[in-house]
Design a protein around this ligand. Sequence first.
Ligand SMILES: Cc1cc2nc3c(=O)[nH]c(=O)nc-3n(C[C@H](O)[C@H](O)[C@H](O)COP(=O)(O)OP(=O)(O)OC[C@H]3O[C@@H](n4cnc5c(N)ncnc54)[C@H](O)[C@@H]3O)c2cc1C
Length: 497
Amino acid sequence: MLRLLTNTARIAPCSAGMTSGSAPAPGEDGRGRSRDQQEYGASARGVKTARDHDGAVRNGGVSFWWQQVGLPSPADRLEGGTTCDVAIVGGGLTGLWTAYYLHEADPSLDIRVLEAEFAGFGASGRNGGWLSSELAGSAATYAAVAGEAGVQRLRAELRASVDEVVDVTDREGIDADVVRSGVLYVARSQAQAGRLAGELDARQVAERIRVAGALSGHFDPDCARVHPAKLVSGVARVVRERGVRIHEGTRVTSVGPGVVRTERGTVRAPVVLRCLEGFTAGLAGHRRDWLPMNSAIVVTAPLTDAQWDAVGWSGEELLGDEAHAYCYAQRTADGRIALGGRGVPYRFGSRTDVDGRTQDWTVESLRTTLTSLFPALEGIRFDHAWCGVLGVPRDWSASVSFDPATGLGHAGGYVGSGLTATNLAGRTLRDLVLGRSTDLTALPWTGHDVRRWEPEPLRWLGVHALYRLYRAADRREDAGLTRTSRIARVANRVAGR
Ligand SMILES: Cc1cc2nc3c(=O)[nH]c(=O)nc-3n(C[C@H](O)[C@H](O)[C@H](O)COP(=O)(O)OP(=O)(O)OC[C@H]3O[C@@H](n4cnc5c(N)ncnc54)[C@H](O)[C@@H]3O)c2cc1C
């Protein structure tokens, strides 16, 4: 068995409806249910269909991606106490990649993943499918600890990680609709154009995708389109086949050195890795570590050939804009547009959604965004809407940490750019746990420490005020401001970004 880097040889790492004991927020009842949830309730797995409610978009049910491939039932629940070498808390991509690389490094390790629902239930099975090399966090924050050279190393590793994920999917036979298609960012106001400093003019943008009002654009080739549920379920299948046990339906209630307490028994392990990202606040003692930021997505009905001609999107590149409250989109493998944006940014008391159900007004706001990008799609049917949470640290920068003295580690806080970062974080955690000193363990996010978020109601008030400011800044820029709105600069300073 490998030498685990711990000084002690102790033998023994949103869930659905996860709530806190805080006071109800405006629009929520005492059980943390929003007005929507009070009105409609949450049916099996939280899905709501057009048949439930005339004219409503199918909403929740974890995500469209999971509905497409079929929702799994939790398997291999923990039955009582046990011991293992490495206990990973959270069966999203951070936890699964960590298990994959640790097992690859030492197949003799007994690795257990403890997952409250099923592998991929969280953001990893709900995201926009941008496998991008975007920096997971703030360049200025990383530069403060590792200089500009450190930031460049992190960027280079993230670019290489896009290739790594694509290679693993090829090697392991994971069919996740992966196309290494790049991403097109568009600027739709002078202020956005100033921030983007793109190399494409309006005509060149239109040759790729006919986005209304696009003034300029930037094409980044280091990005791939993926189907999130196919990717995460594929990685879960591979690690299971290798012998890693994923105990689904097993909610962890607390973690400490050498011990993980779950609702179904206690796991003792010398290494305990917390991989909960946006769900971290649900764990005892971690309420204010990372803010569970909400993001929502809608998916259209398949477009007709005439509609695709009208929007001029013949390739499979991802699409994003430069607004402060930005949007992100992909052309799905089955010919739809999936479009995401912020919606309600944060729920009081760090609550998470119920099985991905999002607010109706968020759906309408994403409809406005879609038809503003593509007026030809006015009136198009939406087939599904859902949301999820991602983890936002107080300084908006990710961290990967492991303390050999306690055997405790964690990774996450990718601030919405986690799909690629989870892979890099998984390989970094592997090196840290194995006591290796590598290029990865020297990246600026390793061991990065951050202060906690403010208590409520300051947290709720602050985040909502922040997004009101960003929306106001976007409106001013859309109205013709030629430089980035001062309101957005103030918001960034207040946020500590
Ligand atoms: C709507 C949306 C769109 C996004 N789009 C993109 C994108 O296009 N590109 C990109 O790079 N990033 C995107 N992100 C961010 C990215 O998806 C995440 O950063 C990444 O998936 C995080 O993976 P994770 O494994 O750390 O967390 P998660 O995937 O959230 O996994 C955490 C797991 O922990 C489980 N869990 C929760 N509580 C407990 C408990 N008490 N005990 C045991 N298990 C528990 C959950 O069920 C979940 O499965 C998006 C996020 C969202 C929400």
